[in-house]
Write a protein that binds this ligand. Structure first.
Ligand SMILES: *Cc1c(COP(=O)(O)O)cnc(C)c1O
Length: 384
């Protein structure tokens, strides 16, 4: 369950071990697998917010057709990831609350900007000052929900332009100087595990988009391919491929912007066991790490499974504590009872000094766990 090169890297790490391990070969394999499930003409972008580590974004920038970013900070990272590549990285810029500075940076970078409201469209044209700005209008459709843990369209949310206003906003885009309406953007959900339903969503989006009568170069269907953190379900790429086979030729080019599914399986969070104890009948491993590094299980309220990497050696003159055949809670080093990554996982043997390794931690792991999520600027600290 722990690949050899990951185990090797962890055995060589500073003790007590606390690390994320990212495998660039696994990222490339994943990109190839996703690509082969999409229609040949489709564009595949990587959604940087899932993991903005320079090596991860840089590897995927070379393995897919471009990057989707959602802040000025991510845009700067994407431009850096493209440094040295033969062509400029294709960039799509999203996010429900873009500042004027971010819009200006996106225009300067030649990004396709996914516009989320009428006001944002007006501000973009104002900031662009006649320079050309390529846009897609993000639409919150009146129906077309997908299964998944995070619904964003087909329901009331802060995202996109309500379908009822689309005609009006598209007409405004046609009048504003510099604005080039290239497409529509329909990112609808995150963490959908039903690939056949995803294919139906894409087909439905295509026929709906054709029905708008807008001259579209691109139809961005967003991301949302899911990862089953606690069970054995898989987002079935073969089912996606089958569901997308034989799409009618012509029409706008499909754009996918995938985050979680490209990065999750290529990352591991590892934390060394500092202590083992039993209180009120439950066994706890206390880790060099916790939910401040790997917030996903706490944010979503589930237990993230781990594997045990046994570590040899014990430098103390007293016995090495261990548990065998028990149910163990994996708790962090923070002074709060909420700092728990996993509850009640059955373990064969765990000793103090062994490493608990949490797989599927390459997406929304470190990146959502701190104030650099999405790489927006920090709040000011105003003391009065
Ligand atoms: C987060 C996001 C994505 C990627 O979503 P995943 O669920 O990680 O695939 C794509 N597009 C937009 C606009 C996003 O906000």
């Amino acid at each position: 369950m722990i690949p050899d090169r990951v185990a090797g890297a962890l055995r060589a790490a500073d003790r007590p071990v606390c690390a994320y391990v990212y495998d660039t070969a696994a990222l490339r394999e994943r990109a190839t697998a996703v690509r082969s499930a999409l229609p040949g003409s489709a564009l595949l972008l990587y959604a940087v917010k899932a993991n903005g580590h320079p090596a991860v974004a840089g590897t995927l920038a070379c393995s897919v057709d471009g990057l989707e970013v959602a802040s000025g900070g991510e845009l700067a990272g994407a431009l850096a990831a493209g440094t040295g590549l033969p062509d400029a990285v294709r960039i799509a810029f999203s996010g429900p609350g873009k500042t004027d500075a971010e819009l200006a940076a996106a225009v300067a970078a030649g990004a396709t900007i996914n516009v989320e409201s009428e006001l944002e469209l007006r501000r973009l044209a104002h900031v662009a000052g006649g320079r050309s700005a390529r846009i897609a209008l993000r639409v919150n459709r009146s129906s077309a929900a997908l299964p998944g843990t995070h619904q964003m369209t087909g329901t009331a949310t802060q995202f996109g332009i309500d379908e009822a206003s689309l005609v009006e906003v598209a007409a405004l885009a046609g009048e504003l100087p510099g604005i080039e309406l290239a497409g529509l953007h329909l990112h609808a959900v995150s963490n959908n595990l039903d690939a056949a339903a995803h294919a139906r969503f894409v087909r439905d989006a295509m026929s709906w988009a054709a029905g708008t009568g807008l001259p579209l170069q691109e139809l961005n269907v967003g991301g949302g391919f899911g990862v089953d953190y606690t069970g054995a379900r898989r987002f079935d790429l073969a089912a996606l491929r089958a569901g997308l086979a034989g799409l009618p030729a012509g029409g706008p080019r499909l754009v996918f912007e995938i985050g979680r599914y490209l990065a999750a399986a290529a990352g591991w969070y590892a934390a060394e066991v500092l202590d083992l104890k039993r209180t009120h009948g439950r066994w706890y491993a206390v880790l060099r790490g916790g939910t401040h590094h790997f917030r996903l299980p706490a944010a979503w309220g589930y237990s993230h499974p781990f594997a045990v990497l046994p570590m040899a050696g014990w430098g103390y003159p007293f016995g090495r504590p261990e548990v065998a055949g028990v149910e163990l809670d994996a708790a962090g080093e923070l002074c709060t009872p909420r700092d728990v990554l996993c509850r009640g996982q059955r373990v064969d043997r765990v000793r103090v000094g062994d490493i608990l390794v949490f797989g599927n931690a390459g997406a929304y792991g470190w990146d959502i766990s701190h104030h650099d999520f999405l790489r927006h600027p920090y709040p000011q600290m105003i003391v009065v």
